[in-house]
Design a protein around this ligand. Sequence first.
Ligand code: MBD
Ligand code: FE
Length: 278
Amino acid sequence: MTERFVDTPAVQDLLEKLSGGDQATGDPRIKAIVRRIVGDLFATIDEFSVSDDEFWAALNFAIAGAPEFGLWAAGLGLERYLDLRADAADAATGGTPRTIEGPLYVAGAPESTGFARMDDGSEDDKAEVLILHGQVRDVNGRPLVGAKVEIWHANTLGNYSYFDKSQSDYNLRRTVITDAEGRYAVRSIVPVGYACPAGGSTEAILSAIGRHGNRPAHIHFFVSSDHHRHLTTQINIDGDPYLHDDFAYATRDELIPPVHRATSSNLGAKYGVEGPFA
Ligand code: MBD
Ligand code: FE
């Protein structure tokens, strides 16, 4: 095999310098990562004989599209890759699988113990009421009292509060601390799947490679408890047309809980969740 151009001494010398390899100061880990990433970009330019015009088109595309970098990471499977690594690391212990965080988490949601209502009521006329309840357990099955369960999801248009300024602060975002049995419950509304913004840079990349930018309806979770590893996960709402066609690859068979459709009269009694259920 002929030597790759990127491996020739002149290019390696450039990589050493541009990554600060000849500097006494700086962080060795960052230097090594910069060297690897830039070197891989050099190799990509070589392999595809990238022209100057293509180089500048790509750079300007990235500059203009930068506000959507979080969506690029989801759509290009970078976060899915973290799940695969977590699966490998967790193979021996088990537990609820990780699935992606996504770029739409906001810290500081209102906190309560045992129960929260997540929606502000503004979609009462069109939304279906959702009762979501569960128990946080350790990998040995023991309930975890006082665990922190952060939940966030989209509204009936697939939009998230904070990023969607038309919604009230922290709408559909809550932190629930588990009760004496390790349980939590929320009343909310059934979310609708997210679609990457029309005309945005993520949609442009995805359509260039023949893909769409839709997610099935889902609900995000962070679960944390002292002396336990932080869990990032989601559940899907069964029956969504995109359930197994998620642009972010976050659907997992273990994370599609059963949905029970109930009448207004029995919801509160069954789960001990406060009404009213209009
Ligand atoms: C979302 O709601 C989401 O969860 C991800 C990962 C990407 C875009 C929108
Ligand atoms: Fe999401």
